[in-house]
Design a protein around this ligand. Structure first.
Ligand code: DP6
Length: 344
């Protein structure tokens, strides 16, 4: 016997603990596509994104002895996939292990936008869950640690923790792979006008797409070009050179989807509406109607990037496109934070 000095998990939390976090979705200008380690979500390349001001998730977590088991609830979601629930239960387990507690938790979460429409719901949702769970368990994590914790749940979620324009440094281990702010949200007045398309659910999850990215004959070529692309993109943001910035981000989106389309099996995210939006934006640019560029994540919806003074014009153009069901206009936003309004 060590006379009471043996380590044992703290049985219960000192007090009743409840925290609510709100976290934005983000749009990647340089994409995360492919991992060196699937389990810990260490990516093959750095990526660059922007937090979005108007599409976010809110999550309240409470650890309390009164709960017999972990309980996860989604507000306003008719169908919740097993896989999604599993990721949240894993966040709770991870945090419990870190905090050395065994208390059960109740989690309530909601999005202010439709899931799986091409807006990164896993990014906002799982970063909000990670931050609220860590906070409720009494862990006082800084942004770097929160970014790493979020990354374990969903790679892109690590980019929703810091504010504004963000770079996720791939690193080479779970310890040095996290995201940080490269420019504050107020740095540049650009907008992301998201055109949500009529196709409801994406068929291939991004997690599955990542796994087969290296089956594309173009994958290695893509990776070789990324450091230079990131350097040029960051320079364009620094100089507020919208044309250079737009050209890089649009080429990059096409580059990532070229890898998707040429993977085995092929990963096709675009619908007819996606093509309608692309041709509208390209024509508007060619005809000097408005300077805007498109980017697309793992879904059929399109993110149209323009300067804020042109956002209303872009919105109007997109409203007239066949297959567009909803539009969300965003500015560069702040990252995840705690809020006082609990969901239960
Ligand atoms: C196309 O973060 O959804 O949106 O780590 O498996 O959860 P997991 O993948 P996820 O991948 C997002 C891919 C992307 C590009 C990007 O956001 O960089």
């Amino acid at each position: 016997m060590l006379g009471g000095l043996e380590w044992s998990p703290r049985k219960n939390l000192p007090d009743y603990m409840k925290k609510t976090a709100q976290s934005p979705s983000n749009i990647a200008f340089i994409k995360y596509w492919g991992k060196t380690d699937s389990k810990t979500r260490v990516p093959t390349n750095n990526s660059v994104s922007m937090c979005l001001s108007n599409v976010f998730s809110t999550c309240t977590v409470e650890f309390d002895e009164k709960y017999q088991q972990d309980d996860v609830n989604f507000i306003d979601e008719a169908v919740v996939k097993e896989k999604e629930l599993k990721r949240i239960y894993q966040v709770i387990e991870r945090v419990r292990a870190k905090a050395g507690i065994i208390t059960k938790a109740k989690v309530v979460t909601k999005n202010n936008f439709p899931k799986a429409a091409g807006i990164a719901s896993s990014a906002s949702g799982l970063s909000a869950v990670s931050m609220a769970t860590a906070g409720a368990a009494g862990l006082n994590l800084d942004k770097k640690e929160l970014s790493k914790l979020s990354r374990l749940a969903s790679g892109s979620a690590c980019r929703s923790i810091p504010d504004g324009f963000v770079e996720w440094e791939a690193g080479n281990s779970p310890e040095n792979s996290y995201a940080k702010t490269i420019f504050e949200p107020g740095w540049w007045k650009i907008a992301d006008v998201i055109a949500v398309t009529d196709k409801k659910m994406k068929k291939i999850s991004s997690t599955s797409g990542h796994k087969i990215a290296d089956t594309s004959p173009f994958y290695k070529t893509r990776l070789a070009g990324i450091p230079d692309k990131i350097a040029k993109l960051k320079q364009a943001i620094k100089e507020k050179d919208f044309t250079a910035f737009g050209q890089i981000l649009e080429q990059e989106a096409l580059n990532m989807h070229a890898v998707c389309l040429t993977s085995t099996p092929a990963v096709i995210y675009w619908s007819g509406a996606t093509m309608n939006i692309i041709s509208t934006i390209v024509s508007a640019r060619e005809e000097n109607i408005v300077e805007a560029y498109f980017t697309i994540d793992a879904g059929s919806s399109v993110h149209v990037i323009c300067q804020q003074q042109d956002a209303a014009k872009v919105t109007k153009l997109l409203q007239a496109v066949d297959g567009v069901t909803k539009i969300y206009s965003n500015q560069p936003g702040i990252g995840a934070r705690f809020i006082e309004n609990h969901l239960f």
